[in-house]
Design a protein around this ligand. Structure first.
Ligand SMILES: [Zn+2]
Length: 321
């Protein structure tokens, strides 16, 4: 092969999915065509019995391209994703490629094209992959927890039956401002200098909902909650039982150097940019899943691995631990 051709070949490898990479590696090392053993999914997910949680399991043949296991403690047989939201999806050999799209925060069309799914299926997979991640919130963090709310416009994107008149495309309906019912409050808590994020879509921004959203994330004596003077936050010290610092934004743009919510506000910005520009808006009913997705993608500064996405999707808590 000529040098130029070889260079082009190397360059073309950039776009390979993880499973394509593996097939290529197998082909180069002469492993292609050998009998299929446990799939990469099995290696990643270290199978556990979905009934009794035992990890004392033995291989028990293949079914539909997936290794099956037999629990030694009870009679259950299962595969690596049994009992998880992924269990009933077909084409499990494409999970890894799909997880790679999730890792990158790709739109449903891009993911569909890369993995070879219809757009409808890619959309369904997206929400199955995210279902387990919604409750992967932090527990009892030590440090400064910055808490602030942001708002998303109510959206029925993708819904066939609108319960309100359609909005002019790209613009605001006449007279629509920030009125209740039109905007959805989202609470975000970020621990300063650490990767922990707690988030929750609220029905209403008030003390009861904020307390419920934060109570598992804080620990008396360990967490300091830092927030602004919104009335929903005023009783947090009592309701959460942790030290709470309030600040008042000044008219001159000076912020308190210790007690501020800049880290939480930066997170809001990043989240909104991705949802609006990357995904072109999302339906309100799926908002908790998108919060979970963003939490997943931002957990690790060095970047989340495809394995982390798969493990999270199958129910193992990888983030906020
Ligand atoms: Zn069992």
């Amino acid at each position: 092969m000529k040098t130029a051709q070889f260079k082009a070949l190397l360059a073309s490898l950039e776009g390979l999915t993880p499973s394509q990479r593996r097939r290529l590696a197998d082909s180069l090392t002469g492993k292609a065509g050998q009998a299929a053993g446990p799939t990469p999914l099995d290696a990643i997910l270290s199978p556990r019995c979905p009934d009794c949680q035992s990890s004392q399991v033995v291989r028990n043949g293949m079914h539909a391209g997936q290794q099956r296991y037999l629990c030694k403690a009870c009679p259950r047989t299962f595969n690596a994703v049994s009992g998880s939201p992924l269990s009933r999806l077909r084409d499990k050999d494409r999970f890894e490629a799909y997880a790679d799209c999730m890792r990158q925060g790709l739109s449903v069309r891009d993911a569909a094209a890369k993995v070879g799914l219809s757009v409808d299926r890619a959309f369904r997979w997206r929400h199955r992959f995210l279902q387990s991640v919604v409750p992967h919130q932090p527990k009892g963090v030590a440090g400064m927890l910055e808490v602030d709310e942001t708002y998303f416009r109510e959206s029925q994107k993708g819904s066939r039956k609108l319960t309100r008149p359609a909005r002019y495309s790209g613009g605001r309906a006449k007279g629509a401002g920030r009125k209740a019912g039109d905007w959805v409050p989202v609470l975000v808590g970020r621990v300063r200098g650490q990767p922990y994020t707690v988030d929750k879509v609220l029905v209403k921004l008030n003390g009861v909902e904020v307390t419920a959203a934060l109570k598992d994330a804080v620990k008396p004596g360990e967490t300091i909650v830092c927030t602004d003077g919104h009335s929903a936050f005023l009783r947090l010290q009592a309701s959460l039982g942790v030290e709470t610092k309030y600040f008042v934004a000044s008219y001159h743009g000076h912020t308190n150097k210790t007690f501020h919510v800049q880290t939480a506000n930066n997170y809001h910005e990043q989240l909104k940019t991705w949802i609006q520009r990357g995904l072109r808006g999302v339906a309100t009913k799926y908002l908790p899943n998108y919060l979970a997705w963003h939490r997943l993608m931002t957990w690790n500064k060095a970047g989340l691995t495809t394995y982390d996405v798969l493990r999270s999707a199958s129910g193992q808590q990888v983030i906020n631990t």
